[in-house]
Design a protein around this ligand. Structure first.
Ligand code: ATP
Length: 233
C-alpha cells in the first residue's frame, strides 16, 4: 500500500532522513520506533506531504505522491494524526469531527462515519458540544483519532498517540488501535513507547539518526537483545 524508496529529507542543512526505505502492506500495523530526533515525525510528514524529500520516492497504492500537497494526499486516503494531537481547541467536539470529513458533502455519509467514531469512542458522543481544548489529554487524543477516521482513510498514521497520557489511557488507546486494525484499518504507528507498540504491531522498523537500522516482525524485535537494551530498558 505504501512504499518509501531511498528517501532523503532536509531541514535547511539538517539531513533528517538519510535514504529511508520502508513499506506498509494493506491490513498491517507497522510501527516506527526510535529515540528523540531520530526522524520519526519527519517520516510521517514526508508521507503526508508536509515535508518534500530532496530525493527518493513515496508511493501510495502504486502512485507517486512524493510531491503531492497534503490536502490531496489526505483526499487520496492517508490520515495523519500529528504529535501533540492538534485538535481545534476553540471548536466543539462535533465541529472538530466535521472538519475531518471536510471533503464530504453528503450528510448521511457524515452521520454514518460519526456513528462509527462513536462506536470506538463512546465518550466523544457524550461531549459533542464541549470545546475541544477543554477535554483531557486522553480525550483529545481520542478526538484526534476520531477526526482522522472521519475521512475514512485507507492508511491511518499516528504520531506518538500515547505521549503524555496516563498508563490506563495508553492501554485504551492501544486497544482501540488493535480493534481498528482487526476491522481492516492499515496503521503506521510512530512510538517512543516501544514495548507496547511492538506488542501490537505486525512489523516494526527501528530508526536512528534518519536511517533504518533494523526491521522485523514485532515479535522478533521485542525479543532482540539490541532492541531490548536500547529501547525497552
Ligand atoms: P521526536 O520524538 O523528538 O519528535 P522524531 O524521531 O520524530 O523525534 P523528527 O522530529 O523527525 O524526530 O526530527 C528529525 C531531525 O530533524 C531532528 O534532528 C530534528 O531536530 C530535526 N528537525 C525536525 N523538524 C525540524 C524543523 N522544522 N526545522 C529544523 N530541524 C528540524
Amino acid at each position: 500500500m505504501l512504499q518509501l524508496v531511498d528517501v532523503h529529507a532536509y531541514y535547511g542543512g539538517i539531513h533528517a532522513l538519510k535514504g529511508l526505505n520502508m513499506t506498509v502492506e494493506k491490513g498491517e500495523i507497522v510501527t516506527l520506533i526510535g529515540s528523540n530526533g531520530a526522524g520519526k515525525s519527519t517520516t510521517l510528514k514526508t508521507i503526508s506531504g508536509q515535508v518534500i524529500p530532496k530525493t527518493g520516492k513515496v508511493l501510495f497504492h502504486g502512485g507517486d505522491i512524493t510531491k503531492q500537497p497534503p490536502h490531496l494526499t489526505a483526499l487520496s486516503g492517508v490520515a495523519h494524526v500529528p504529535e501533540g494531537r492538534r485538535i481545534f481547541p476553540r471548536l466543539t467536539v462535533l465541529e472538530n469531527l466535521e472538519m475531518g470529513a471536510f471533503s464530504v458533502k453528503d450528510k448521511k455519509i457524515i452521520k454514518d462515519r460519526m456513528e462509527r467514531v462513536f462506536h470506538y469512542f463512546p465518550r466523544i458522543k457524550e461531549r459533542l458540544s464541549q470545546k475541544g481544548g477543554t477535554m483531557s489529554g486522553g480525550e483529545q487524543q481520542m478526538l484526534a483519532i476520531g477526526r482522522a477516521l472521519m475521512s475514512q482513510p485507507d492508511l491511518l498514521m499516528l504520531d506518538e498517540p500515547s505521549m503524555g497520557l496516563a498508563p490506563i489511557v495508553v492501554e485504551q488507546i492501544f486497544e482501540i488501535i488493535t480493534e481498528l486494525n482487526k476491522e481492516g484499518m492499515t496503521i503506521l504507528l510512530v512510538e517512543q513507547n516501544a514495548y507496547q507498540a511492538l506488542q501490537i504491531a505486525h512489523r516494526g522498523y527501528i530508526i536512528q539518526t534518519g536511517e533504518i537500522k533494523m526491521a522485523g516482525l514485532g515479535k522478533e524485535l521485542i525479543n532482540d537483545d539490541i532492541v531490548k537494551e536500547a529501547y525497552l530498558a
